[in-house]
Every structure is written in C-alpha cells, then in structure tokens.
Design a binder for this molecule. Sequence first.
Ligand SMILES: Cc1cc2nc3c(=O)[nH]c(=O)nc-3n(C[C@H](O)[C@H](O)[C@H](O)COP(=O)(O)OP(=O)(O)OC[C@H]3O[C@@H](n4cnc5c(N)ncnc54)[C@H](O)[C@@H]3O)c2cc1C
Length: 404
Amino acid sequence: MSKQSTACCIVGGGPAGAVLALLLARQGVPVTLLEQHTSFDRDFRGDVLHASVMEIMDQLGLIDRLFELPHTKIFSAIVDSPEGSIVLDFGMIRSKYPHLTTIHQSQFLAFIVSEASQYDHFKYVMGAKVIELLKENDLVRGVKFRKNQEVHEVEANVTIAADGRFSTVRKLSGMEPMSLTRPIDVIWFRVPRNEGDPEHLFNRSRNGSMLACVNRGDYWQMGMFIPKGTFPQIQAKGMESMQQTLGNLVPEFAERFAGLSDWKSFSILSASSSRLKKWYMPGLLFIGDAAHTMSPLGAVGINYAIQDAVVAANVLAHPLQMGGVTLKHLASVQKQRELPTKLIQAYQGVMQKQVIDSVLNNRKSSPGFKLVKRFKWLRKLIVILVTSGFRRVRIQDQSSMRAL
Ligand SMILES: Cc1cc2nc3c(=O)[nH]c(=O)nc-3n(C[C@H](O)[C@H](O)[C@H](O)COP(=O)(O)OP(=O)(O)OC[C@H]3O[C@@H](n4cnc5c(N)ncnc54)[C@H](O)[C@@H]3O)c2cc1C
C-alpha cells in the first residue's frame, strides 16, 4: 500500500472535480484528483454548456482554445406543451456568449485535465476507485482508493467529494440527500442530423409522450420522457410501435426513426433531483451532483457543478495554501451555492409538474406554462436561471478575497 499526502484530494474527475483541480493547481495548491474510470469517456453525460461556463473559460483565458474543439452553438430553444409553444431566446441574456454550446464531455474533460497537468503539484490518478474515508474521530483526513487491485491512501487537509449523483463518499460519510421530485425515466438515443434540419433545441409533445431533441452537430441527441419503470411495457409493444410514437412526435424525422431497429440503440436513465441538507463535515466538502443531483431539465447540471467548483476554489485556495481550512470555509461554499441551487431545482420541479407531468398524464391544461407564454419577463427569468444562474459566478483573484 502506498501513502501520499496533499493539500486537497478531489474524488471524481467529472466537470466539478476537474475544474476545481485546475483552479486550485493554477493558484499553487497541491491537489490530487482521483477518478475511477480509466478514460474520459462517459456514457450518458450531458454535453450542453451554458453562458456561465463560457464566461469562466474566458476568465481563465481558455475560451479560444476551447472553441477549437468540435462544438455547436445553439441560440434558441422551442418548448412545446399542450398549451402551445414558446421560444426561449438565449440572446435575452447579457453575456458575451448568448448561446448554448455543445461539446463532447469527454473532450471537455480531457481539455481541462490537460490544462491542469501543466502544474507540477497537480496529480491525476485514473482508475482510482475511492473505497474508504480516512478518519480521525469526526475529522476526514483523506481517502483510501483501489487501483489495479492495490489499495492506496491519500492524506489531505481537505477532501472534496465531486463523485456525482451516486456519490460513494456521500454513502461512506453517512450523509443522506433529500429527494425533491418524483423520479421519471428518460429513453436516451440518437438519430443522424441532415442538412436543412433546424439549428435550435426543441421538444415535441403529443398523446402522452414527450421528446427532447438537442442539436449535436452531425446527430440529434434525443431524450424521451416516460413514467418511471414503464420502459419494459414500451418494449413489449414492439419496435414498430416505438417508431410510430416517435414519428407522430416529429413526423419530419419519421424515416430516420425507421432506421432504429435494435433496442440496444436505446438507453434508459433515471432522472431525479435531490439535495444534501449540509454540504460539509470536518475535512470534507460536497460539490456538484454529489451535493445536489439535478434533473436533466434545462441541461444545467454541468453548469451548476462548475459554478460550485469556482466558488469552492475562491473560498479554499488561500486557506489551503496557508494550511488552515476551517469548517467556516466549507460552510461558506454551501452558503454561496445553496440558494442558486434551490432556485434552479424549484424551477425544474415546476417544469416537471407543469410540462412533463401534464403531457405524460394527457392533461390538457398547464397554468404555469400559460403564464410563461404570456409574459416575456418570465421567459427571460427562465433563460437567466438556466444559463447563468441566480448569482453570477466569477473567479476571484486572491487579492480580492474577503477574509473569513
Ligand atoms: C441523461 C442526462 C443528461 C444530462 N444532460 C446534461 C446536459 O446536457 N448539460 C448539463 O449541464 N447537465 C446534464 N446532465 C447532468 C450532468 O451530467 C451532471 O449534473 C454533471 O455531470 C455533474 O457533474 P459532477 O462533476 O458533479 O458529477 P459527474 O459528472 O457525475 O462526475 C462524477 C465523477 O466521479 C467519478 N466517481 C464516482 N465514484 C467514484 C469513486 N468511488 N472513486 C473515484 N471516482 C468516482 C465518476 O466516474 C465521475 O467521473 C444530464 C444528466 C443526465 C442523467
């Protein structure tokens, strides 16, 4: 068994963990990032980045190189419900980047990690599965991880749990998230994109079915929302019935749906929303999905996870350099991020009830949707919440940091 020590040990090399590692490393903080996977490829991860992430990349001087990666810019979304359609125009927000940007998450993560790798005190361990917390009474002093059948230890002044919605660290710590919405399932699949197809993101709803369609350049990433646990019933009706349902939703793509002949092309994902009451304990902080699992509505999870990472770096970099992280610092991260998180999760809850549940239960009326359709300021509020968040997050220079 090997033993190492570092200032900050981050568990999970997803968007939250990777960005936090970069932000700390560039400020001279020794940081070890542990990721259980052996590559950057992740199944079923979101690829949508909003204006807030682009602004953070701009602040880091990385935006031009990020835009060298294959990407698609989406300037509007058309949301369809039994009450009609609304257009969400991302140009409504004050930003240099008034659009969504889709970039393969694997390429985005590889890009961030390669930036962090320029710093000698950054250590990235792939294939490292965290299995135990190192504890001294109530204080978390690091983790044990398994790599290639061997167990290793990392001691750290502070451990960050950025290990996602099924967080192992959360389970090991005994923390229980509160469940916020009734889980629903999403059938995830893709069809090719042809010349002349729309550029915007859109959804369609009809006869108890709802389909979201995201422009991913040369293909459409599609997500069909269904009541929890009903995929086996859909399969039992046969592939032709599935193709017909999809063709009724988007008739102009019917030919492409006819090309879907194998159930292996479809993956089933559970969409749920939850949040920890307390995001920290002595020596340990939760960020990203580990602190608050987001529903895929609005495709905000990566964005809110990265905003958590920025706030965590703003608060922790200096005390980590000085070796004096206190519970107050950890509490400050939750304090700054909890309200924006609560607001977006409340919005997702309303959207789920007013739009998705209305469609899935074949209800004709959704009063919330009617209001959004009527008032432009409500549409603007939604665009701000989704693309920037309630509180704009900026990377702070050490000099401008408030002492805690
Ligand atoms: C179907 C679906 C579509 C989505 N689409 C979008 C979208 O388009 N845009 C968007 O913004 N959000 C989207 N989301 C949400 C988004 O994927 C998450 O909110 C986001 O990835 C959270 O980032 P994170 O870094 O907190 O966690 P994650 O991305 O989950 O990363 C956690 C990392 O921790 C690692 N890990 C886990 N356990 C351990 C362990 N024991 N030891 C070491 N490493 C470990 C994992 O391998 C993983 O790499 C979607 C979610 C779903 C379910």
